[in-house]
Design a protein around this ligand. Structure first.
Ligand SMILES: Cc1cc2nc3c(=O)[nH]c(=O)nc-3n(C[C@H](O)[C@H](O)[C@H](O)COP(=O)(O)OP(=O)(O)OC[C@H]3O[C@@H](n4cnc5c(N)ncnc54)[C@H](O)[C@@H]3O)c2cc1C
Length: 287
């Protein structure tokens, strides 16, 4: 049984951070509830207050401004998947959002909840890593802009304090010629958490068929979300032929092992992350 709690529904960011501050660490934020309610049901969480942020209009908008796109923390995956702004300037994210869970989960689950739950398998995180996204966090103590990767301490752990509220995620618009892809491996297409995923954005040189710039991130392969910088550096300036891609795929799996160590799962994960990377590269190049 879920223990009793006080349910608060602020209408503004200011009200929400005041409530979080007054609760002195005894509150949990709820957005879609698709992760939180599981924690409440199985007894992992027993907050005195639950603060529902879904009525705060400022957290529910997708806004284009000064070459950037900002997504409010309480925007749902369905809204991201169908946003013309995100499709145009950060397609890797709308592609990922459209593959999350099921229509019901996408209609309830939010980008902020996906980030702060900090699951290594969270589908929006590798795309946000390759978009160089920044998170804006506010509390009664002030406001800060944090590169997405720095929000995480470990699996299911963030650097946020209990009274912090993630309000939005911002990324620079990708140029129109950008190619991108998101691929995930799961037991089924729907209603299954990804075993591993890879997100890529890349730009090709205008005349020569060489890679000008590339960003790669993989989900569920490192303790905290990271970019695969060794493979990125290797591929820059190269033609994306089969030989270069194969070599880069080894750099991706080597980076995974360097950052996570050799584990029981490594024998499985090494070839799979290499294959997923190859699939993601081919999809991006074709796209
Ligand atoms: C059946 C099922 C299938 C799923 N499939 C997938 C999938 O395919 N891919 C995937 O990535 N995930 C999946 N999930 C997980 C979940 O749906 C997502 O992580 C979702 O985005 C969580 O968002 P939410 O709004 O429901 O978060 P909530 O459950 O409301 O919150 C999650 C956590 O984040 C905190 N929080 C929420 N918003 C904020 C904020 N703005 N500031 C600070 N803290 C905040 C909450 O306090 C809580 O700790 C699935 C879940 C279920 C139940």
């Amino acid at each position: 049984m879920i223990p009793p709690f006080n349910y608060k529904v602020p209408n503004t960011i200011e009200e929400a951070i005041e409530l979080l501050w007054q609760a002195g660490g005894k509150a949990k934020i709820i957005a879609g509830g698709t992760d939180l309610v599981i924690g409440l049901r199985n007894g992992d969480l027993s907050p005195q207050f639950i603060i529902d942020i879904t009525k705060i209009e400022d957290l529910r908008k997708i806004v284009e401004k000064n070459g950037t796109v900002s997504i409010g923390a309480a925007v749902t995956h369905s809204e991201i998947a169908s946003s013309s702004l995100v499709k145009k300037y950060g397609k890797v994210l709308s592609d990922a959002a459209s593959e999350i869970g099921s229509p019901q989960i996408r209609n309830m689950g939010t980008i902020g909840g996906n980030i702060i739950n900090a699951s290594p398998a969270a589908d929006t995180i590798p795309p946000l890593m390759v978009l160089n996204a920044m998170g804006r966090v506010v509390s009664k103590e002030g406001e800060r802009e944090v590169p997405l990767g720095q929000l995480f301490k470990g699996p299911y752990k963030t650097n946020l304090k209990p009274h912090d509220l993630l309000v939005q995620i911002t990324f620079q618009k990708l140029p129109p010629e950008t190619k991108s892809s998101f691929v995930r491996l799961a037991r089924r297409d729907a209603m299954a958490i990804a075993r591993m995923s890879v997100a890529i954005v890349l730009q090709m040189e205008k005349r020569k068929s060489r890679i000008k710039d590339i960003r790669i991130s993989a989900g569920s392969v490192t303790p905290t979300p990271q970019r695969m910088s060794e493979a990125e550096t290797f591929l820059k300036g190269k033609s994306p032929d089969e030989e270069s891609l194969q070599k880069a795929s080894l750099k991706v799996s080597e980076a995974m092992i360097k950052r996570s160590g050799i584990r029981a799962s490594t024998a499985y994960k090494r070839p799979v992350v290499e294959a997923l990377f190859m699939r993601a590269m081919r999809k991006a190049l074709e796209g």
